[in-house]
Design a protein around this ligand. Structure first.
Ligand code: CO
Ligand code: ZN
Length: 326
């Protein structure tokens, strides 16, 4: 499964530009599902037909990044954020544009306190010496993503974009395992989650499932002096109780816990005070959709080097397979 994760995390796909990720997933699931469609928002919807309940699983294809707002006369790029960019950790990071151009994020050197180093005080250096030269490489409106190799070390994955290519990989793997069921399963790879859970909204409206789960990452409470949280990396995927965008439907939450206990799958209860997931827009679509989520405990979310445990990923696939059977 590591190769699948590596391939998905290294694919270019900032919000609104998820096409390459969608293509890759479509190819992986070719002939393995009964129907594949793409809606106007770019969501990739793969259906395994059935006569029972309509169950929707959502994982977002987009990743955070930067967008070029202005190119100065010396060829330096000014930029804004695409999704939540933690300003204090992006300095010195490399970004890559869709055409392969690489730039380095740096800051105006007259900043006396790094707390004042807002995005407006930063720039991207692509090594161009004039606006004309820079414009041959990058244009205003182009989006860049973090550069961050995908490494497997001692059972842990370190990579850019684990948020949420891990969720995508889990859905792909679950679909490939092809669990026997009467239920109709919608594997939905959504767009524009990082800018406001947007793709999932239209996807859910188009399907109106009986229940839905968002597959995503969540914070952990196991690093030095971090905020107290009971979730730990490596102790199992989480059953979401709430995040900032949703309070899980009790029946969905209970069905997940039942599934985990029946199959002896380790799990943790997740109460996230920060961050939202696709479940946040799915559950208030149409007349309301019972929703919940499974998350992979992940350290350093939205950094170029996020970290998660492969066992949690494998156990999330097992949990999803059990959930499908109901
Ligand atoms: Co995110
Ligand atoms: Zn996410």
């Amino acid at each position: 499964m590591f190769e699948l994760i590596k391939s998905l995390t290294q694919t270019y796909g900032p919000s609104g530009n998820e096409k390459k990720v969608a293509e890759k997933i479509k190819n992986l699931l070719k002939g393995k599902v009964d129907e594949t469609r793409t809606d106007a928002m770019g969501n990739l919807i793969c259906v395994k037909k059935g006569s029972g309940k309509k169950i929707m699983f959502a994982a977002h294809m987009d990743e955070i990044g930067i967008i070029v707002t202005y190119i100065d006369e010396n060829g330096f790029l000014r930029f804004g954020n695409v999704g939540g960019l933690p300003q204090l950790i992006i300095m010195g990071q490399r970004v890559r544009f869709e055409n392969g151009t690489v730039g380095v994020i740096w800051y105006e050197e007259n900043i006396d306190n790094m707390k004042n180093a807002t995005l407006e005080k930063m720039y991207i250096d692509i090594g161009a010496s004039s606006r004309e030269e820079a414009e041959k490489m990058v244009k205003v409106g182009d989006m860049g993503i973090f550069v961050g190799e995908t490494v497997l070390q001692n059972g842990k994955i370190i990579s850019k974009a684990l948020d949420d290519r891990l969720g995508c990989a889990i859905l792909v793997e679950t679909a490939l395992r092809n669990v026997e069921t009467d239920n109709e399963i919608y594997y939905v790879f959504t767009t524009q989650e990082e800018v406001g859970l947007r793709g999932a909204k239209t996807a859910a409206f188009g399907i109106v499932p009986d229940m839905a789960l968002a597959l995503d990452v969540c914070d952990t409470g196991d690093t030095p002096n971090c905020k107290p949280m009971s979730v730990k990396m490596g102790k199992g995927p989480t059953v979401k109780i709430k995040d900032r965008s949703v309070i899980s439907h009790p029946e969905v939450k209970d069905r997940l816990i039942r599934a985990a206990e029946k199959a002896n799958i380790p799990y943790q209860l997740e109460v996230s005070l920060y961050g939202g997931t696709d479940a946040g827009s799915i559950h208030i679509t149409a007349g309301g959709i019972p929703s919940g989520g499974i998350s992979i405990p992940t350290r350093f979310i939205h950094d170029a080097s996020e970290m998660a445990d492969m066992n949690d990923v494998e156990n999330a696939v097992r949990l999803l397979c059990e959930f499908i059977k109901g």
